[in-house]
Design a protein around this ligand. Structure first.
Ligand SMILES: *[C@@H]1O[C@H](CO)[C@@H](O)[C@H](O)[C@H]1NC(C)=O
Ligand SMILES: *[C@@H]1O[C@H](CO)[C@@H](O)[C@H](O)[C@H]1NC(C)=O
Ligand SMILES: *[C@@H]1O[C@H](CO)[C@@H](O)[C@H](O)[C@H]1NC(C)=O
Ligand SMILES: *[C@@H]1O[C@H](CO)[C@@H](O)[C@H](O)[C@H]1NC(C)=O
Length: 188
């Protein structure tokens, strides 16, 4: 093999290794809370990861949604049970309040200018909490019973500011409008 092709091969291998180590990190991630999730996915945008356990007996999912964020920003994860976009999604949002305490609550997204105030979702959400550590916010919650099978449309989101306890608008282009997908809960 010519020297140049060896160099190119090595470059490819190193690039792949760097790619794997920087992006494929959900499966070996250890929670400081010692919780274990059997399934996870490294989401393609917003430096986000979803970990979950699907509980067949209750058709519920126990999730941990984590994403890189600054201390003044917010993160959210949602299921849209009636469509694929933002409107109609049933969200859980987390941020540090002005006392520096992680705050987490559910909020239904009823329009493109949602109130982002606490509200009830169309399905039950229980046992929720949030933490902020190592420049990452994590939301823990149990969603369900989910009545429509094991494939969900999920959406994740982030914004850089919170004002008077209300998460402010996120960017409306780029990664922030690519952050939705269909997810088969039994696929991982
Ligand atoms: C997961 O594995 C990757 C690749 O081996 C490594 O770079 C990363 O540090 C690991 N992450 C944790 C949290 O152990
Ligand atoms: C199931 O789907 C129907 C129709 O799309 C929707 O109205 C309902 O909210 C969904 N239920 C759950 C629990 O996701
Ligand atoms: C922040 O959250 C904590 C815990 O819920 C609460 O005690 C505190 O009053 C909140 N601070 C503000 C400014 O809302
Ligand atoms: C409730 O949440 C806590 C902390 O996230 C977790 O350790 C526990 O397993 C959860 N319980 C249920 C029933 O999901």
């Amino acid at each position: 093999m010519a020297v140049t092709s060896r160099i190119m091969l090595m470059t490819c291998i190193i690039a792949s290794l760097i790619y794997i180590s920087t992006t494929q990190t959900c499966s070996n991630y250890t929670f400081s809370t010692n919780q274990v999730f059997n399934s996870c996915i490294d989401l393609p945008v917003l430096h986000a990861h979803l970990h979950w356990n699907y509980i067949p007996s209750t058709t519920s999912i126990h999730i941990a949604y984590r994403a890189t964020q600054t201390s003044t920003g917010w993160i959210a994860w949602a299921i849209n049970p009636t469509g694929t976009g933002m409107v109609g999604s049933q969200a859980i949002v987390a941020f540090q309040n002005s006392s520096g305490i992680m705050t987490v609550y559910t909020t239904p997204i009823t329009s493109y200018t949602p109130s982002m105030q606490p509200g009830t979702l169309s399905f039950s959400v229980s046992n929720f909490s949030a933490i902020y550590a190592n420049n990452e916010m994590t939301i823990f919650a149990v969603f369900g019973p989910l009545k429509n099978g094991t494939t969900i449309n999920h959406i994740w989101q982030a914004g850089s500011s919170v004002s008077n306890g209300i998460p402010q608008t996120h960017p409306t282009s780029g990664p922030n409008v690519q952050s939705m997908d269909s997810l088969d809960l039994l696929s991982k």
